[in-house]
Design a protein around this ligand. Sequence first.
Ligand code: GLN
Length: 204
Amino acid sequence: MTTIGVLALQGDFREHLRAIDDLGQSSVPVRRARELTGLDGLIIPGGESTAIDKLARSFDIAQPIKDAIADGLPVYGSCAGLIMLADHIVDPAHDLKGNPQQTFGGIDMSVRRNAFGRQVDSFEEDIDFKGLSEPLKAVFIRAPWVERVGENVEILASVPVPALDATRIVAVRSRNLLATSFHPEVSGERRVHELFIKIIRGEA
Ligand code: GLN
């Protein structure tokens, strides 16, 4: 049995908890640093990265998560979770004092928030995902994209952006860190969570 924590401060953590349960593993909501103890992996859900950042710092769990990532804890982030795992945000939000939002970091990449447009521009698309034989149904909700990846970052999926006449990266892996711009957890799609479990077990 693999025990996976889901950061449960804000966002769609319930859907991730259900995905882990569906796959027959043990899921644990995480709000306090002590709840990180004994986890095999951690998921940062979709939601609002500025809120997750603020809450994580006020719950004193931001630094423990950074330490856990540095110690090699496998982490998967979807959407806002992808932003939280990025070393750099191209267009960070600022608080009233002018301080930019912060991330946990870990993946050498630059991300752009709300890159595909506003809420009304949320969309669903069947996308090819490295290692999967069948396309994956991806739900994008005010999604970020990845604008730059470092050498050690593997690109798992990209989507065409017709307005740019180009493609943009929407899924990456860096060692045992996995991140997607989209939300597999909301569509009943379980293959990304399966991949994360394999990464945790050293099988992928
Ligand atoms: N736009 C959100 C952010 O910047 C992410 C949206 C999502 O997680 N669906 O955090």
